[in-house]
Design a protein around this ligand. Structure first.
Ligand SMILES: [Zn+2]
Length: 309
């Protein structure tokens, strides 16, 4: 019997991961290519379609039958799989009919979604949140994004904007510019680059370009490094607490590179969470995402109707 497979794509600002997924959630094959982020949005979509077509050929050589393509991508992605808006990481990405271009280039039905929603979908299918009916995943990385999953589907909202949990006000970010163009948002102090900027804003003077640098400085006793991490953690904890009070999910899943800041970050996040949250939501478990870079691929595969078992 031929195995039906999904072709999954996780299209980020610098790298694009591709995978072949079976209906039970096993990743049969993985590959990674650089994202040609500067060649123009339509050309990038066509290049991605070419890569997926090659992957489809590879799958058929293995005796697998590709039944569809799922794409998780940076940007706000509409229900029709087109990019509605995107940050400037990918040149001219806004307006590109991503799913339609990949469908045309591969001859396969194609579905696309924002990458954070894709990540959360993967965790809800096979990972940290597979046993609960509602979960909120928040990723603290180069930005802050999230996804509220209800019965296996992400809440996408009226404009596919739902999940922008990095862009509401934080008491730790008052007056501070956010990468979105707004002022005072969570992402400005709780994302990785925001935490590094906080270090310099509060008086840090050592060489510090990345979170790894910052963690080393904190471990060597730099008080400004410790405070920058604390501010990021508290901002993250309050944001999670506010969201848990509003949405009351069964589980909170935290992911992203900022989680590697270690115990100090986690401890202060949990403390701030408990202070911010109302009632029984104080007891809502907070856990770390478990699938790593497979999560967005699995989530993308999950987009294909009737594919998964
Ligand atoms: Zn913002």
């Amino acid at each position: 019997m031929t195995t039906s497979v999904a072709l999954a794509v996780d299209l980020g600002g610098t790298k694009t991961a591709l995978g072949i997924i079976d209906p039970s959630g096993v990743v049969l094959h993985r590959t990674k290519i650089p994202t040609l982020a500067q060649i123009g949005g339509t050309k990038l979509a066509q290049h991605t379609a070419d890569e997926v077509a090659k992957l489809a050929d590879y799958a058929r050589e293995q005796g697998w039958e590709p039944v569809g393509v799922g794409v998780g991508s940076a940007g706000v992605i509409g229900m029709d799989g087109a990019v509605i808006t995107a940050a400037n990481v990918i040149t001219d990405w806004s307006g590109v009919p991503l799913a339609a271009i990949v469908a045309e280039g591969t001859g396969l039905p194609t579905y696309a979604i924002n990458d954070v929603h894709g990540h959360a979908l993967g965790e809800a299918w096979q990972g940290a949140s597979q046993n609960v009916s509602t979960s909120l995943m928040v990723a603290f990385g180069t930005g802050v994004g999230g996804s509220f999953i209800v019965d296996g589907s992400p809440l996408r909202g009226a404009h596919s904007l739902a999940g922008h949990v990095g862009h509401f006000s934080s008491p730790w970010a008052v007056g501070i510019d956010c990468p979105c163009g707004g002022i005072g948002h969570v992402e400005a102090v709780a994302a990785g680059p925001g935490i590094v900027r906080t270090y310099f804003r509060i008086g840090g003077v050592s060489n510090c370009n990345t979170l790894i640098d910052l963690k080393k400085l904190a471990e060597s006793g730099d008080v400004n490094a410790r405070e920058a991490i604390a501010i990021g953690a508290r901002a993250a904890g309050i944001a999670l607490g506010d969201l848990a009070t509003i949405l009351d999910p069964h589980l909170l899943v935290v992911s992203g590179g900022v989680t590697n800041l270690g115990d100090a970050w986690w401890h202060q996040l949990r403390e701030a969470y408990a202070q911010a949250t109302l009632g029984q939501a104080k007891e809502t478990p907070i856990t770390i995402a478990t699938l790593g870079s497979d999560a967005p691929l699995l989530g993308a595969a999950r987009l294909i109707p009737d594919f998964t078992s």
